[in-house]
Design a protein around this ligand. Structure first.
Ligand code: PLP
Length: 374
């Protein structure tokens, strides 16, 4: 199998599995208790919190452990802006942000993006000029479908000027696998991450809270996480998130260069071998692992089935929980015609990807497209 779907999820890194293993066995205590096993779990949780805080650019008290990126996004949006008159998000946000914004407020304004998926700062300026009372502005650090990296610091600067009362949130779920999150989200008040996109476990994430932002909880109960997220801690998941962030940081510089070169080799190979293939967001600042293409005259679902048959795991970019592909709001916002978007395929490379795999993928796509057209 050639796995080119790292934006969907990543294989668990061995060092992360090793760090988590004791918490699925003898270190099983509940960190809120008083005895030695509880204290042992508490120590591990707080050590993980220190590591996560350092990577996300906040104080340890600013880290809220969650069940993943979706919960972190929902806590950010609904925790700040439930019932608000105005909330603002980019037109290319993940549904975890978009749908939470819709649920939070009847006054959702979307910031348009250019053809490469980069937010239009002048449009944001204009929206906030009309709505200086906006409660929240959410712009993702990098997009999950096409990989475009957003100018979060500049977004925050516009917000401070135009709507100083608004909280700035950035979903760094995809970016954290590749970028220094603290730096890439400079200026944001709230930042979401998820462990399984970085070689960590599924069902573990965090919301970083900066600048003392106050949140209304989504979950009530025993008052864990300073009352901001009740529920017995998933200690193994928190330890796994910390270990994954450490592993990414240690190999980031070398892996980013290596994987970006492989991504370019894949994109160049596809453009040369597949007639009617175009690369999306090719000129934008992008995450190193993302190669998004549209193949004219081909239905992506059919292409993905053939690729799966050839052992290549890729994705259409936007799938719902049933696995069915939905028309991509990201491509629509970028102005990609619907006809072309039907042939959208996302290949996302990761730390396990090799050059041989990339070359085999190019050959497999070329042959599958030829078969579909034939
Ligand atoms: N935000 C982005 C940008 C994502 O890509 C994803 C997952 O695909 C999520 C949020 C949701 O994260 P999780 O799967 O941890 O709930």
């Amino acid at each position: 199998v050639i796995y080119l779907d790292h934006a969907a999820t990543t294989p668990l890194r061995p060092e992360v599995a090793a760090a988590m293993a004791p918490f699925a066995a003898e270190r099983f205590g509940n960190p809120t208790g008083g005895h030695r096993l509880a204290q042992d779990a508490r120590r591990a949780l707080e050590e993980a919190r220190d590591v996560v805080a350092a990577h996300l650019g906040t104080e340890p008290a600013g880290v809220i452990f969650t069940s993943g990126g979706t919960e972190a996004d929902n806590l950010a949006v609904l925790g700040v802006a439930r019932g608000a008159a105005t909330v603002v998000c980019s037109a290319v946000e993940h549904p975890a942000v978009r749908e939470a914004c819709r649920a939070a407020s009847d006054g959702l304004h979307e910031i348009p993006v250019d053809a490469d998926g980069v937010v239009d700062l002048d449009a944001l300026d204009a929206i906030l000029g009309e709505h200086p009372d906006a409660a929240l502005v959410s712009v993702m650090t990098a997009n999950n479908e096409v990989g475009t990296v957003q100018p979060v610091a500049e977004v925050a600067e516009v917000v401070r000027r135009r709507a100083p009362g608004a909280v700035v949130h950035s979903d760094a779920v995809q970016a954290a696998a590749w970028l220094d999150v603290a730096r890439a989200t400079d200026g944001a008040d709230l930042v979401s991450v998820s462990a399984h996109k970085l070689g960590g476990p599924k069902g573990s994430g965090a919301l970083a809270v900066r600048h003392g932002v106050r949140l209304t909880p989504l979950l009530y109960g025993g008052g864990q996480e300073q009352g901001r997220r009740s529920g017995t801690h998933g200690v193994a998941g928190a330890v796994g998130l910390a270990a994954a962030l450490e592993a990414v940081a240690q190999s980031r510089a070398e892996q980013s260069v290596r994987v970006a070169a492989l991504r370019d080799r894949l994109a160049d190979g596809l453009l040369a071998a597949v007639p009617g293939c175009t690369e999306s967001a090719g000129r934008a600042p992008r995450l190193p692992g993302h190669c998004h293409v549209c193949v004219d005259g081909v239905e992506n679902e059919e292409l993905l089935v053939l690729l799966d048959g050839a052992g290549i795991c890729a994705s259409g970019g936007a799938s719902c929980s049933s696995g069915a592909l939905e028309p991509s709001h990201v491509l629509r916002a970028m102005g990609v015609p619907e006809e072309r978007a039907r042939g959208a395929v996302r290949f996302t490379l990761g730390h396990t990807t090799t050059g041989v795999e990339v070359d085999q993928a190019v050959a497999a796509v070329a042959s599958a497209v030829q078969r579909l057209r034939g």
